[in-house]
Design a protein around this ligand. Structure first.
Ligand code: SF4
Ligand code: FES
Length: 334
């Protein structure tokens, strides 16, 4: 007789679903989907050991589990906390979690310049989205910001350290995707910064993916810098004959011209298929690509608007048909 598979009952903001044991609160929330999914600035599912650095994914655990229903005394990082059977979590419905996220946003912006009008990441930047939602109108900091000059860290990549939030995604991507990592986080605390080793340049195959995983505009593609605001471009799914990667990419068109090439990403802005440097930086000729059709940008962002179709799911509450729906009155600040 086959043993019945054990699942955990998990609830976030009043929506309940059965999930696999061993996954995190963030992953369980993503299975339910919708607006209750906590934002994540450092967690990145395709990168092992990512998460636990930025605290944007904080949630309140109002019931620990069926066995031990006591609430957790502090907000927890949902990307690093495992689900328990019967666990109840509050995100949008928790004033404490929203206040916590506001504080984290303020912290992340302490040194970050408000240079969205000239930043290539504007329109697809997670910190910009957080700032709109939770940021203060004015800074309360009296100290001078840390400042760095933009730096070439290889033939293709520009580092603007002023914008870096030290999420370490680029370090993990270089570790896990390339043959040899040539950069990392140097120094500690207030002095921590992203830098290459002495006389080293980021130029190995697949290193361009660090640009895609960077949640802010700290790492930008030198072949596409300042070419266009992203909302004036049209993303197209395209494929090419490539011996190094799958050759499946998104090419961003301005008129007849290819402005930039990126990997394909899902609704959480996570790369589905890593692409090689040749596809990303050297294939800017339309003759080199087979166009499959327009790319729908699923993530809620300025770029998902006005391109071919409106996102039907902007107000979507549930992805999972088995989940129970949150009532409007439970939501805070919507
Ligand atoms: S450069 Fe970007 S990806 Fe790398 S640590 Fe800084 S913010 Fe994260
Ligand atoms: S996404 Fe969880 S701590 Fe950064």
């Amino acid at each position: 007789m086959s043993e019945e598979k054990k699942t955990f009952t998990f609830t976030i903001d009043g929506q309940t679903a059965e999930v696999e044991p061993g996954i995190t609160i963030l992953e369980a929330s993503r299975l339910i989907g919708g607006k209750s999914v906590p934002p994540a600035m450092c967690y990145y599912k395709p990168l092992e050991t990512s998460g636990g650095r930025c605290r944007t994914c904080l949630v309140e655990v109002s019931k620990g589990s069926e066995k031990d229903p006591r609430p957790m005394p502090k907000l927890v990082a949902s990307c690093r906390t495992g689900v328990m059977d019967g666990m109840e979590v509050k995100n949008l419905s928790s004033e404490k979690a929203q206040e916590g996220r506001k504080a984290v946003t303020e912290f992340l912006l302490i040194n970050h310049p408000l240079d969205c009008p000239i930043c290539d990441q504007a329109g697809e930047c997670h910190l910009q989205d957080l700032g709109y939602e939770h940021g203060y109108e004015q800074t309360r900091t009296e100290f001078e910001r840390r400042t760095f000059e933009p730096e070439d860290i290889g033939p293709y990549i520009k580092l603007n350290m002023n914008r870096c939030i030290l999420c370490a995604r680029c370090v993990l991507a270089a570790n896990q995707l390339t043959e040899k990592r040539e950069h990392g986080i140097l120094f500690r605390g207030e002095h921590a910064e992203i830098s290459t080793g002495l006389n080293k340049a980021l130029d190995n195959d697949f290193i361009g993916n660090v640009i895609d995983v960077c949640p802010v505009g700290a790492l930008t593609d030198k072949t596409a810098r300042f070419a266009s605001r992203v909302w004036f471009t049209k993303p197209m799914n395209a494929t090419c004959e490539c011996t190094k990667c799958s050759g499946k990419a998104v090419v961003w068109m301005k008129g007849e011209e290819i402005i930039r090439v990126t990997a394909r990403k899902d609704q959480y802005d996570e790369v589905q298929d890593w692409i090689c440097n040749t596809c990303r930086f050297d294939r800017k000729d339309t003759k080199l690509w087979n166009f499959e059709g327009p790319r729908h940008i699923d993530r809620h962002s300025v770029i998902s608007l006005n391109h071919y179709q409106k996102p039907q799911d902007e107000q979507r509450l549930l992805n999972n048909p088995d989940a129970k729906e949150i009532s409007e009155k439970d939501e805070i600040g919507l």
